[in-house]
Design a protein around this ligand. Sequence first.
Ligand SMILES: [Zn+2]
Length: 267
Amino acid sequence: MKKLIAILFMTVFLFGCNPKKEEHKETEKEKTEHQSTEKEPAAILEEGSYVHPDGTICHAQSPINILSFNADSQGMHNITFNFKDEINAVENLGHTVQLDFKEGSTITVDGETFNFRQLHFHTPSEHLIDGVTYPMEMHMVNTLQDQKEGETPQFLVIGALFKMGKESKFISEFINSIPEEEHEKTEVIPGQILVGDLFSERPEDVLDSYYHYMGSLTTPPYTESVRWYVSKHIFEASPQQIKRILEIEGANARHVQSLNDRTLESN
Ligand SMILES: [Zn+2]
């Protein structure tokens, strides 16, 4: 048992929640445990901590319940957008509706540049604010531009929460282009669907005020290398628009995870 604890401790220290690691040899007991939790491959170790199938212990998972009274208001980040807003495909991935970005849009935060890759939806929201779940959340997923080969992929995800209200012009631009069949893709000419139509003036407005913390992907392999920026602005979409997206992707929000010793920042 002592040996197992030592192995687990070393794994955390050396690799964090890195699904690429192969050094940890699973015991027979662990193998059995993992087989039985295939879909959500995480065994509860203690509240807020999980053992990944590769043996690492995960402490910094997403999503979280954002408690605004708990946020550290000192968090200031230097954010610049180089946003071309060119979407070239709408995909029905079965578990989510995804829009793909043409290469070229970037976001630079504190000197690190990330490339816009895709945005997708969760119904209901994955992040909660002060215990409140919203009917929908959009994730704009960006990957580090100078990602070193062989290292854990680094992500920056912008979260935007939606409440039911007036029709969203942006969503109306693609709602009829979502393929009926799972794993189908509709190619679109860049310029037809503009995320910019979500924002009142500039795309930068989405991050005028935000919550920030370090977390993970919310789908397997739950890699803990995500800089999360959740906009404080609550966007609006019509009940029909949210219902349509929910009908296609189903309920696809992961449960909230413990903050543990992480800092939640608020600007
Ligand atoms: Zn997501």
